[in-house]
Ligand binder design. Structure first.
Ligand SMILES: Nc1nc2c(c(=O)[nH]1)N(C=O)[C@@H](CNc1ccc(C(=O)N[C@@H](CCC(=O)O)C(=O)O)cc1)CN2
Ligand SMILES: Nc1nc2c(ncn2[C@@H]2O[C@H](COP(=O)(O)OP(=O)(O)OP(=O)(O)O)[C@@H](O)[C@H]2O)c(=O)[nH]1
Ligand SMILES: [Mg+2]
Length: 462
């Protein structure tokens, strides 16, 4: 598909701000080569700018003739480029000041500053990639774990598109059959076999859509991750556990209760799931003012958490205060973690007294005992009941999920109408509705404002 697009030439710094070895300015559009010629003095004066070849030389301010940077440049001729338009890249020294100077010259030579995501938007509008692939580019840049990157790379290579496209084809075939029946009512053209059409819808539309929808939870998990709060009485070892999970002395640890006041958040990767760990102030009554504020915040964080690690001190035994705190957190998914097992000689602590507790782990945060088991238990809790996520290939995002759901509803309506032998007009409408929802996912009928929202999530230069 080829959407129309304006014929401006755009430019941006495509490497991150700050100092780096190399910084790249990317230019896309019909004036790219003219702009290159006007700024670049190649070492080889007879250089012919063959496509996809790197050329050494200097960028100069055309007005003063002053050298702005020593560079490598590449011209890539349309359509075999990232955007399908003529593209030029200027590989400069990675100083933001140098890149700023060069960009200014490029804009002066006739380019417009690219909007965030505009290069990728052009790749989409010019039909090189579909919308799910463009979204995958965002996901690659935003992924928090290697697994997240893997899933995004799969989607970039078209995995989601290739799951949705056959469903669309099947719907289009079904629609053709129904339309013939609508167009020739007098000739008594009937859909030959309702049950066959129903079967086709079930196998080729409903089942694949259900499977894709089931993967949406997985998409959310690996994209957004979960928030896990470490909660417990003062001094049970919460900050020690944070440090051990991070393998870094991030939080202060002292033998004095009431050490942590402000909450501390850090991200770790548990089997590919981004887990935000939050260390909180130990909860107790009668604390002084500053500590009390920390405790208030701890309670808020517990309420917002996806998972609570309820930490208790294995040497001290389960106190009344522990029980009270447990009652506060037990409306959440909870793992009870018995700490300081190095001091209590591996003696298991009876947490059966805690109502409804399903999961318990024994560790030593200080001596790093039982940490692998704890991580396994965290992962188990996070995917509980969704183990099939491991095997599935696609990870639809929220936008895909909403459209998949609407498509599925429309497909089910078609089946019901067929079963009840109602009019073909109704069937045609719902088939089209289903098709439209899927076309929206891959970007063929997506409204301009939705596209804007998607591409605004990109960073500059992408
Ligand atoms: N220097 C540089 N590195 C980069 C990029 C870039 O734009 N510039 N990329 C930017 O994100 C990524 C690479 N992605 C790309 C994807 C497609 C095409 C491309 O030219 N595709 C054409 C031609 C393929 C071919 O030669 O067969 C096509 O698909 O038609 C280029 C880069 C990562 N590294
Ligand atoms: N022997 C032993 N000591 C531990 C263990 N975990 C923590 N400690 C000690 O317990 C004390 C309190 O540890 P912290 O990690 O500061 O405890 P906390 O729960 O963060 O305390 P607050 O921030 O005051 O709520 C420190 O002296 C730690 O060295 C453990 O597994 N074994
Ligand atoms: Mg602490």
């Amino acid at each position: 598909m080829n959407r129309s697009y304006n014929d401006s030439t755009i430019a941006a710094i495509s490497t991150p701000p700050g100092a780096g070895g190399i910084g790249i300015i990317r230019i896309s559009g019909p004036a790219s080569l003219t702009i290159l010629r006007s700024l670049f003095t190649p070492k080889d004066k007879k250089c012919s700018y063959q496509s996809h070849r790197l050329y050494y030389g200097h960028l100069r301010d055309p007005q003063s003739g002053r050298i702005v940077d020593e560079v490598l440049t590449v011209y890539m001729a349309a359509p075999a480029t990232y955007t399908r338009e003529d593209v030029v890249e200027l590989h400069c020294h990675g100083s933001h000041l140098v890149l700023g100077n060069v960009l200014e010259l490029v804009l002066h030579a006739g380019a417009d500053l690219a909007d965030p995501g505009e290069f990728t938007k052009r790749a989409f509008l010019n039909g090189r990639i579909d919308l799910t692939q463009a979204e995958a580019v965002i996901d690659i840049l935003a992924a928090k774990t290697r697994k997240g990157v893997d899933l995004a790379q799969e989607q970039l290579s078209g995995s989601l598109y290739h799951r949705i496209d056959p469903v669309r084809q099947s719907l289009a075939r079904g629609r053709a059959v129904v339309e013939v029946a609508i167009d020739f009512p007098d000739e008594d053209v009937e859909i030959a076999d309702h049950s066959q059409l129903i079967r086709q819808l079930e196998d080729e539309v409903v089942a694949p859509l259900e499977e894709l929808l089931a993967g949406a939870g997985r998409g959310r998990l690996y994209r957004e991750g979960i928030s896990m709060v470490i909660a417990g009485l003062p001094n049970v070892g919460k900050s020690s556990l944070l440090n051990t999970l991070l393998q870094e002395e991030r939080a202060l640890v002292t033998p004095f209760p009431g050490t942590t006041r402000d909450s501390i958040e850090e991200l770790i990767d548990i089997e590919g799931v981004p887990v935000k760990i939050v260390d909180t102030a130990g909860i107790r009554s009668g604390a002084e003012e500053v500590e009390e504020l920390g405790i208030l915040r701890a309670r808020e964080l517990i309420n917002r958490a996806d998972l609570v690690l309820f930490l208790v001190d294995g040497t001290a035994g389960l106190s009344e205060a522990d029980r009270t705190l447990y009652r506060e957190v037990c409306h959440k998914p909870v793992i009870a973690v018995v700490n300081k097992v190095d001091l209590c000689g591996g003696r298991e602590f009876d947490l059966a007294q805690l109502d409804g507790l399903k999961s318990q782990v024994v560790i030593s945060a200080k001596e790093q005992i039982g940490i692998a088991g704890l991580k396994k238990e965290i992962y188990h809790q996070v995917v509980a009941g969704n183990e099939q996520w491991e095997e599935q290939g696609c990870a639809p995002n929220f936008r895909h999920k909403v459209a998949l759901r609407a498509a599925l509803e429309a497909a089910r309506r078609v089946m019901i109408t067929l079963e009840q032998g109602l009019t073909y007009d109704l069937i045609a409408v719902d088939l089209q509705e289903c098709l439209d929802c899927l076309s929206e996912i891959v970007g063929e009928t997506t409204a301009e404002d939705v596209l804007d929202v998607i591409f605004q999530q990109f960073c500059l230069g992408k």
